[in-house]
Design a protein around this ligand. Structure first.
Ligand SMILES: [Zn+2]
Length: 227
């Protein structure tokens, strides 16, 4: 009897979260944009009152448009930053209500969080078209809600572990330059992270952006990905 309970629980977890998570990763890989000279800078976990304005200033200096996947509760606390992102031509997507792992959420929590996040963003005047779940982890409810609300998934190709306290601006710069190729969606963080991590991310970008530009890369928002 215990074996049946165990098998049933495993099947439920597979169907609820593992299948949607790995299906989304697989589809992202299939649709991957290859070649060309476009890079897609994306920033998760903000907005942050201290770091996001610094990042926006840096992007404006090079006239780079990026995509921000914001945590809805942080967005509600920083409406002026969300407005500035939109005014300056950046794309604003959503990254959950409070950065919970979709694999560990009960269905009713996933439903409630998704709807609250959507309401917050609507209240801030953002027409959300893209959803990036925290850690890229989905469940059936979050996936269904996303499609029902007319949103699209947006994952990434390049990470530089910039949230970690063990990374330096130099190590982030090195990883970005090594791992990026034409068409890469680059996932960085302008909020949360360990020991002022976004400061190191911004310092790395100060060095990396001029090198990318010198190599002939240009930048675009993810709504132009694959087009
Ligand atoms: Zn995140």
């Amino acid at each position: 009897m215990k074996t049946w309970y165990f098998l049933g629980a495993c099947t439920a977890v597979l169907a609820y979260s593992i299948v949607p998570t790995y299906t989304a990763k697989f589809l992202h890989r299939v649709r991957r944009e290859h070649g060309g000279k476009t890079l897609y800078l994306t920033f998760d976990d903000g907005p942050d009152l201290l770091y996001t304005p610094q990042l926006l200033r840096l992007l404006a200096r090079y006239d780079i448009k990026a995509s921000f996947f914001v945590v809805a509760q942080f967005a509600a606390q920083n409406p002026a930053i969300i407005q500035r992102m939109q005014d300056e031509g950046h794309l604003v997507g959503v990254h959950g209500l409070v950065h919970k792992n979709g694999m560990l959420q009960m269905p009713w929590q996933a439903y409630s969080d998704f709807q609250k996040a959507r309401q917050i963003m609507q209240h801030l005047g953002v027409n959300i078209q893209y959803f990036r779940p925290p850690w890229g982890h989905w469940n059936v409810v979050s996936a269904c809600q996303m499609y029902r609300c007319g949103m699209k998934p947006m994952l990434w190709d390049v990470m530089a572990q910039d949230w970690s306290a063990s990374e330096t601006a130099e190590s982030i710069e090195k990883k970005l330059l090594q791992r990026t190729t034409g068409g890469s969606i680059i996932c960085l963080h302008d909020g949360r992270g360990k020991d002022d991590a976004p400061a190191r991310t911004i310092a790395a970008l100060r060095k990396t952006i001029p090198q990318w530009l010198e190599q002939g890369y240009r930048f675009d928002t993810v709504d132009h990905y694959g087009k």
